[in-house]
Design a protein. Structure first.
Length: 385
């Protein structure tokens, strides 16, 4: 949420870059407006659902960050406090982490191929220094994330977005004008097909296999490489093998049908309401305006074309015709069915929307229905939902 006065003061929403939100906020801060965190969900939507759309989104955001650095670099422009400069620097320069990740992947290969060791320390000193730094870093991340930091998952996502991030940061040098490409949301496919693996990850795997083969050949005296510091070479080999495992896990996540294209074309609401699917008593686990996930009794047999009856609290049941697109057994042993509503059925969908959104609105603080209190003069409130 942005005060109209504040937006007018900076000439409206910034359109010079494709990341208008952060660019506009920089201009608000430069003009002396304050922003505060508004801890309330005011809008719901769909995030990128698979690796391809996630990479497209990251490339756009990263390219926009490079545009901001070129046009209105918060490190050097006037009007910002030191804290604001550091905060923006952490956000905008964070896109260069992709180069660090690439370096971590390539470095052990170079050590094995050349025998050159980039450190000058004995094994004990190195292990102590590296171990202490690594452990303290992980503890800091866990504390700052309030316990939500997942080290392996974080690395996998670094590898998944590495290619688009590298391409985005290169625009800082090429200064190519980027087109605004909206991230596809909602239904992006009629089926769960594996995503294409970025060529860079495939190349990393191929080069890693080659590095292992070179290591073996060097031990047999076939190559001209000499390993003058054996412990460092073995450490590099261990590092290389760990990288291979992580890259394979990242590729597996990209290719997995579990994380493939979204087939529901609107946001899902978690529910726990009774209903009937083709006359069989069931529990409706989630609902959207285009489909539902339904828990069925273990021995149920339901025709592909069926009718779902939703027992709406305080009103007549909502009846929607549709098709069962998938059935499976979840990790709790429950029989689940993915049900897609047929097109049309406007009246039933309208009642469903009213049930879903009114139920959520009722759970929000009553300040939404009270007379709003304006923020103090000089404050622009920005909500991140």
């Amino acid at each position: 949420m942005v005060r109209v006065k504040a937006l007018r003061d900076v000439g409206g929403v910034a359109t010079d870059t494709i990341t208008e939100d952060i660019h506009t906020t920089i201009r608000l801060h430069r003009r002396g407006w304050r922003t505060v965190y508004h801890n309330e969900v005011l809008a719901r939507g769909l995030a990128a659902s698979d690796a391809a759309t996630y990479q497209l989104q990251r490339h756009r955001w990263g390219t926009g960050a490079m545009q901001v650095l070129l046009m209105e670099n918060p490190l050097v422009v006037s009007g910002l406090t030191l804290g604001q400069r550091l905060s923006y620097a952490g956000t905008l320069l964070g896109w260069f982490d992709a180069w660090r990740s690439l370096g971590y992947l390539v470095l052990p290969m170079l050590v094995i191929a050349t025998g050159a060791v980039p450190i000058r320390a004995d094994p004990v000193t190195f292990v102590f220094a590296f171990g202490a730094t690594f452990i303290l870093g992980q503890l800091a991340l866990r504390a700052l994330s309030r316990g939500c930091h997942r080290p392996v998952l974080s690395i996998l996502f670094e590898f998944v977005r590495m290619t688009p991030n590298l391409l985005a940061t290169m625009t800082l040098v090429t200064n190519r004008r980027a087109a605004f490409r909206v991230t596809p949301k909602g239904r992006t496919s009629d089926g769960r097909r594996p995503n294409r693996v970025p060529p860079l990850l495939t190349a990393i795997l191929v080069m890693s296999v080659g590095a292992v083969a070179w290591f073996a050949a060097t031990l047999m005296g076939i190559t001209p490489t000499v390993y003058a510091i054996p412990w460092a070479i073995y450490a590099a080999l261990g590092w290389l093998l760990l990288n291979v495992v992580l890259v394979c896990l990242a590729i597996g996540r990209i290719r997995s049908s579990k994380y493939a294209a979204e087939r529901r074309s609107s946001v899902r609401f978690a529910t726990d309401v009774p209903g009937r699917l083709d006359g069989i008593e069931a529990r409706i686990v989630d609902l959207s305006l285009t489909g539902a996930r339904v828990e069925l009794p273990g021995t149920s047999v339901v025709a592909p074309v069926a009718r779902l009856v939703v027992d709406a609290a305080g009103g007549a049941p909502i009846e929607l015709d549709g098709t069962i697109r998938a059935t499976w057994i979840d990790h709790d042993g429950r029989v689940m069915a993915g049900f897609e509503f047929d097109p049309g059925q406007i009246a039933a969908r309208a009642r469903l929307a009213q049930m879903l959104f009114e139920e959520r609105a009722a759970k929000l603080p009553q300040v939404l229905t009270a007379t709003p209190t304006a923020p103090p003069e000089g404050v622009a409130v920005r909500s991140v939902a």
